[in-house]
Design a protein around this ligand. Structure first.
Ligand code: UDP
Length: 485
């Protein structure tokens, strides 16, 4: 460990939504485990979601703490305690939350002046580039998505291939990528298709990325090597792959079960159930932390799973549930009677479930964290992208690393909107039967997934690629600090 005078101090600034906050907290804890003095800047309701893990780390001797800023609820007109995107229930609230975050800029900048050597922030704080420049310290952007999606988005931004097609359903090639990847306009995020306020924010984010000292990426070399190289060549900045951060940090059951810290499911019911199942016989079905499905979609999914005759654990979110629930209760009773399925309400201990030997695959909305957690567990997947960069991630899973099969979603949508068309039960049934079955193609996918899981584990061992990258990044940031003082 460094002597106190040389000890690197890093401030971490997570963006308040589970898919960004969870991996950044993992990253901050990883830094502290390697002798860095870490402060995570957050607000009360967000701190509540991960404070226990931080306290455990601090009690075991790591230099890690949260710095809690008051959340300007009254000023922006949000109810007390609503401080992240998972908690909001309307589009209007989303605007208020962005407003609240903009009000936090000043106190955060003041905090930066209190002696930090480096800032690692989420991409959604592009202004931190200027704050760091004023202080003469490095700002690193933490990418909670992998390299492939950044490269795909950059290809589209630079070459505008969507302008070459006549219809939004026609496919076009994404130029200048290491693999041949085709997409349709319908699969692209709205901000790529229209020049709205969000598109301007994304441009500002890209600009700030290129002005950053470097990028820290939750990925590992063996998973995306070609895209890791392509990313550094198109952005011109350094990039350190240090993932999977979930695997590096969450080593005991308390860490895993509390990660995300929502209400845990009925104690160990899922574990008892999984323990009674054969290896690789159960499909895990989850759509992340933000999605809301229409009742029609939930019904199609229930029928598709049922018709496949395979066993499954399905996480049904609270937001989904506030629709007519009678049919879901009937369905739950039906699958319990046949002992074929289990429904977990709202929040599942995903890391623990995925690593259980009875799990043989997952249905994922292609959030990067879920993909990486599935890869880490060595699992093949059914891809069902919804929003954000998830359609790019689907291409990566199905065409680059080839460990997944698409359920066939055709159109991108906003995270808080419902899809215009539901995925039909027949498509779901077909994908489940393919993935959980014993066909040659599925067996090849399973082998590739298993190999990647092994590679993920090797990457975080002491001579592994991610571990080496982490150590050399910390060394470089420490020598920058020493050079300044
Ligand atoms: N997660 C979880 N339990 C749930 C739902 C989500 O632990 O029931 C975690 C999951 O393990 C992942 C994160 O929340 O780390 C979701 O991130 P992802 O990028 O997959 O999707 P998002 O929610 O951002 O769309």
């Amino acid at each position: 460990m460094n002597s106190r005078a040389d000890q690197l101090k890093v401030f971490f600034l997570p963006f308040p939504v589970s898919g960004h906050m969870i991996p950044m907290v993992d990253l901050a804890r990883l830094f502290a485990m390697h002798g860095v003095n870490v402060t995570i800047i957050t607000t009360p309701a967000n701190a509540f979601l991960f404070q226990k893990a931080i306290d455990r780390d601090a009690n075991s001797g790591h230099q890690i703490k949260t710095h809690i800023l008051e959340f300007p609820s009254a000023q922006v007109g949000l109810p007390e305690g609503i401080e992240n995107f998972n908690m909001i229930t309307s589009h209007g609230m989303s605007h208020k939350l962005y407003h609240a975050l903009s009000l936090l800029q000043k106190p955060i900048e003041q905090l930066f002046q209190e002696m930090t050597d480096c800032i690692i922030t989420d991409m959604f704080y592009p202004w931190t580039v200027d704050s760091a420049a004023k202080l003469g310290i490095p700002r690193l952007v933490f990418h909670t998505a992998g390299y492939f999606s950044q490269c795909a988005a950059s290809s589209i931004k630079q070459y505008a291939p969507l302008l070459s097609v006549n219809s939004t359903a026609d496919t076009f090639l994404l130029p200048d990528l290491p693999d041949t990847i085709e997409m349709t306009t319908l699969q692209l995020p709205r901000w790529v298709r229209t020049q709205d306020g969000y598109a301007q924010l994304m441009d500002r984010i890209r600009e700030s990325e290129r002005q950053s000292y470097g990028a820290v990426v939750n990925s590992f070399h063996e998973l995306e090597s070609a895209y890791e190289e392509h990313y550094t060549s198109i952005t011109g900045i350094k990039a350190w792959s240090v993932g999977p951060v979930s695997l590096c940090v969450n080593r005991d059951a308390a860490d895993k079960v509390e990660r995300g810290n929502k209400v845990a499911p009925k104690e160990n019911e899922w574990l008892i159930w999984l323990n009674s199942k054969e290896c690789n016989s159960v499909l895990y079905v989850s759509f992340g932390s933000l999605n809301k499905f229409s009742t029609a979609q939930l019904i199609e999914l229930a029928h598709g799973l049922d018709a496949s005759s395979h066993q499954f654990i399905w996480v049904v979110r609270q937001k989904d549930k506030d629709q007519d629930e009678g049919w879901l209760e009937d369905f739950e009773k039906h699958i319990k009677e046949s002992n074929r399925g289990l429904i977990i309400r709202d929040w599942a201990p995903q890391l623990l479930i995925l690593e259980h030997q009875a799990i043989g695959g997952l249905v994922t909305h292609c959030g990067w964290n879920s993909i990486l957690e599935g890869v880490t567990a060595g699992l093949p997947m059914i891809t069902w992208p919804l929003y954000a960069e998830q359609f790019y991630n689907e291409k990566f899973v199905t065409q680059v690393i080839k460990i997944g099969v698409s359920v066939g979603v055709t159109e991108w949508r906003q995270w808080d909107e419902e899809a215009r068309e539901a995925v039909k039960r027949e498509e779901i049934e077909k994908a489940v039967i393919f993935l959980m079955g014993s066909g040659v193609q599925a067996a090849e996918m399973k082998n590739r997934a298993r190999e990647l899981g092994n590679a993920a584990r090797r990457a975080i061992q002491s001579s592994g690629s991610s571990q080496s990258n982490l150590m050399s990044m910390i060394k470089e940031l420490t020598s920058l600090k020493c050079g300044r003082s």
